[in-house]
Design a protein around this ligand. Structure first.
Ligand code: GLN
Length: 194
């Protein structure tokens, strides 16, 4: 899938290398983004998994928070996985007291929502809009989407209704990590919005 347009992966912290690998495998020109001027050169952005509290602090320290918020508001396609989904959420439960997000997705997410016993697990999911086999999804200290505003669509659930993937226009978020299980359909869905 060659789009001819460069995309970025926010590379402040987390598993950005895995996302760069998936995008390169799809034939996409993908670059790490750590500076505001690097953001100017990309048509879309992936926000990786990692630790949302750290990503938040680093995005502020690197002067990226406001440019990121402006690009999201201007309609840039963004795909966030796990901590990346948290960064895209307008509201976060079980956040640190001073934790901020970039926002854009009209959803409320709860951090580390599966509890200690289910800290990490894998399962197969049906996803709205995907043909072919179910998605094999890896959850690692994952958030869930507890509430969705009217513009946000739940596209995958576990356990009879807990929302773990959401789309709102050009914004896509998953609680899990397709970048580590060889799943490329979410990246392709993101790229189709460029
Ligand atoms: N628990 C992490 C957070 O709150 C997310 C974990 C992940 O990205 N795998 O940011």
């Amino acid at each position: 899938m060659v789009t001819g347009r460069r995309v970025g992966v926010l590379a402040l912290q987390g598993d950005f290398r895995e996302h760069l690998g998936v995008l390169a495998g799809l034939g996409v020109d993908a670059v790490p983004v750590r500076r505001a001027r690097e953001l100017d050169d990309v048509a879309g952005l992936v926000i990786p998994g990692g630790e949302s509290t750290v990503m938040d602090k680093l995005s502020r320290a690197f002067g990226l928070r406001d440019p990121l918020r402006q690009r999201i508001a201007a309609g840039m396609p963004v795909y966030g996985t796990c901590a990346g989904l948290i960064m895209l959420a307008d509201r976060v439960l079980d956040a640190l007291p001073d934790q901020q997000t970039l926002g854009g997705l009209d959803v409320t997410v709860r951090r580390n929502a599966f509890g200690n016993q289910l800290d990490s697990f894998e399962t197969d999911l049906a996803v709205v809009g995907f043909d072919g086999p179910p998605v094999h999804a890896a959850f690692i200290r994952a958030p869930i989407v507890e509430q969705l505003g009217p513009a946000a669509e739940a596209i995958a659930t576990v356990d009879g209704g807990r929302v773990v993937a959401v789309q709102q226009g050009n914004l896509l978020g998953t609680s899990f990590h397709p970048e580590i299980t060889g799943e490329t359909r979410f990246h392709e869905r993101f790229l189709s919005r460029l």
